[in-house]
Design a protein around this ligand. Structure first.
Ligand SMILES: [Zn+2]
Length: 327
């Protein structure tokens, strides 16, 4: 029998000055294969959470922060797959909630990284309402796609195109919010090397190779389509390679945020948090060019290894090719 049954729904309220941090640990499962974690470890996890909430500047902006500790298998991110998401955040009636995977909290360093990452997301929403705006636009684009596509005719292929457009939309926004969270995570855990040319080159290399891989697969896919050699398996294959790219949005976004901070000393993390994704990508493009590097992504200039509007244009061409749009 796992410890988690004994800890179901336990709630603790802590005061840090005039702020409240609520820690809830619970689990919704009664599986017996849950790893045993003793009371002392749980106590240590909680005290580490509180320590970070005390010192983290972004955490200090919240009057009330709710942190839930969950059993890992219950956290699921449809873009990243089971168990890959270490933490999640939700916004319910202006409540700021962070959900953390208990298995990732035993190591203090990982706990600090995970928690800082999620706090950054909350702070980003708090300072610019980025996620609220994003969800509004997301709804719009999903509706628009399902209206324009003949779902009754070739339902599976049209679902594919709709998914693809939503994924591109999500990806380019993820560069901003995952990039910012990754930057802060590395900044607070002191993994970042500021003003370091070789470090700048190293993380450029990571982003460059990830985007390069996808770009190659995308080109092959377009070619296959031109020659009418596509099938369901190939469509699914491309979606899978897209998911790999989405997983890399952290690395790519991190490189983008780092490039801006590295190049333009007048821009702060706070400034980036207030940018919309268009301004963010354009600022990145300006900064990377100043370093005489090819941008890994761009919006409309066509200068990036992948360019948002080119991808959307090509997606539309695919849709026409597959005869998905009405007349
Ligand atoms: Zn994140």
């Amino acid at each position: 029998m796992g410890f988690l049954k004994r800890w179901v729904g336990k709630k603790e309220k802590h005061q840090i000055g005039n702020r409240t941090v609520i820690i809830i640990d619970y689990v919704e499962t009664h599986e017996d294969d849950v790893e045993e974690i003793d009371k002392r470890t749980i106590h240590e996890i909680k005290s580490n959470i509180l320590k970070l909430c005390k010192i983290n500047k972004m955490a200090q902006e919240f009057k009330e922060l709710i942190i839930k500790i969950k059993e890992g298998n219950k956290l699921y991110d449809y873009r990243l797959g089971k168990n890959a998401g270490a933490a999640a955040h939700v916004f319910i009636k202006n409540k700021f909630i962070i959900t953390l995977n208990v298995k990732d909290l035993i190591d203090k360093k990982i706990l600090y990284a995970c928690l800082t990452h999620e706090i950054t997301h909350l702070w980003h929403e708090y300072s610019s309402k980025i996620f609220s705006k994003y969800h509004k636009h997301y709804k719009k684009i999903s509706n628009r796609n399902s209206n324009r596509i003949k779902l009754t005719v070739i339902s599976k292929r049209s679902t594919f195109i709709a998914q693809l457009r939503i994924l591109f939309f999500e990806l380019f926004r993820a560069f901003l919010f995952e990039g910012l969270a990754k930057y802060c995570e590395k900044f607070y855990t002191k993994e970042i090397k500021l003003d370091d040319k070789s470090y700048f080159k190293k993380i450029y290399g990571h982003a460059d190779s990830q985007v390069g891989l996808f770009s190659l697969e995308w080109k092959v896919f377009i070619e296959v389509l031109e020659n009418n050699r596509y099938d369901k398996e190939r469509l699914n294959g491309l979606l899978l390679s897209f998911q790999t790219l989405y997983r890399s949005s952290y690395i790519i976004g991190y490189h983008m945020v780092y490039t801006i901070i590295y190049t333009d000393k007048n821009i702060s993390i706070e400034d980036i948090a207030k940018m919309n994704y268009i301004k963010f990508i354009n600022t990145y493009e300006r900064c990377i060019k100043l370093n005489r590097f090819k941008p890994v992504v761009s919006l409309r200039s066509g200068k990036g290894i992948i360019n948002y509007f080119t991808l959307i244009k090509e997606t539309k061409q695919i849709a026409h090719k597959l005869k998905l749009f009405k007349s």
